[in-house]
Design a protein around this ligand. Sequence first.
Ligand SMILES: *Cc1c(COP(=O)(O)O)cnc(C)c1O
Length: 449
Amino acid sequence: MPSKDELDLITRANHYAIDYLKTVDERPAFPDHSKIDALSAFDTPFPEVPSSPDRVLKLLNDFGTPATVTSNGPNYFGFVLGGVLPAAAAADRLVSAWDQCSFSKTGSPTIAAIEKVAGHWLLDVLDLPRESAVGFGTSATACGLTCLATARRFLLEQSGWDIAKKGTFGAPRIRVIVPKTVHVTIYKILKILGFGSDDIIMAPTDAHGRVIVSKIPKLDNKTILCLQAGEVNTGEFDPFAEIIPRAKAAGAWVHVDGAFGLWARASRAKKHLTDGIDLADSWTTDGHKWLNTPYDSAVAICRHPELLSTTLSANASYASADHDAQQNLTLEFSRRGRGVAIWAALHSLGRTGVNTIVDQYCSHATRLAQGCSEIGINVQNRVVLNQVLCKLETPEKTQQFVKSVQDSGKVWFGGTVWNDEPAFRLSVSSWRTQEKHIKACLTEMKRHL
Ligand SMILES: *Cc1c(COP(=O)(O)O)cnc(C)c1O
């Protein structure tokens, strides 16, 4: 039996967490400077001697808690981030208590069984090829890395280059075509994989941030084409049905970054935005954005399971596992059972619940855009999804406005750049954000104009 001290400590952590949760509706969306300055309490030399765990925890609560960004609250509209669903948060607590090393059935039969089901449910709710492999990784970045590494391996092998034997140095050249508006993390992935700027071709995009089909460079069997479901400023979708069949016919690999936008597929009203997306080879999406799971939660989906698992296989002599074990589908070997929170979120919502949150975010965004126009803010996008992209009359006014709202702490959203000018972006991405929060956000914005 663990000691009373250990149990008391966990109880105290739970109390701190519950006290925090009770305040998320009222907390400042962003902490004020004094709370941030007080974080210097953590800036101490490495302790020579042990400290009581109680003291360690108290320090976190006393100085960490006040300086948190309340992205788990209803007034946060930054970066496509939202609060955490109760079922997902609770499941994640239990996962911490279990402390499973979830690389395979050997590491954790429980996690392996639950993640397998979560994978099937994801393919069902997102209506993607049911034979696909699903890897539960830490982020859309990590999952995109696994998908694009698989793409490169496949294309090189198709052109007769034995990558397993010869590696990538001196290999035939693989080109990557990306929309001009591609998310910065795709560049990060390509950089890590050894692609240089000469290997990356930016395809021109239209006023909505979507690739222009007629301007996509010639596709062939040494090309990876990255498309987007949910452009990060406008929330728009590339015209998959027009492009993907052509790309496939030319022998290219098509990857779709759907970090948040892939969830449109779970809504009857929005699914049409993703028509043809299921013809791609690989997809990534986040749990920690639209699905409101805790962070470090994303998925890599690959319609060719054996290609993903061959690229990522990590079968040690002491821990060999099936091709569909997570150790062979993700970057991690020792890993948290992060798919459990996705399973819990999906279970608690059900098909109708997922549909509802997608529609709710979209209708709130539409309302927000209407309200912005009414108070004289220039909305720049059509608001097909949950992103509202805005500008004021001049770049200076836009920048001052964003800073003024951010400093208020009442609501928070971020600046961005659109058509080479400062803009700002409101993203409705939290199940906690209700109609009244949209109204309050508009009232607050009006005060700063
Ligand atoms: C957030 C985001 C990413 C990166 O996702 P992470 O989980 O933060 O790595 C990639 N693409 C788009 C469109 C995004 O919105």
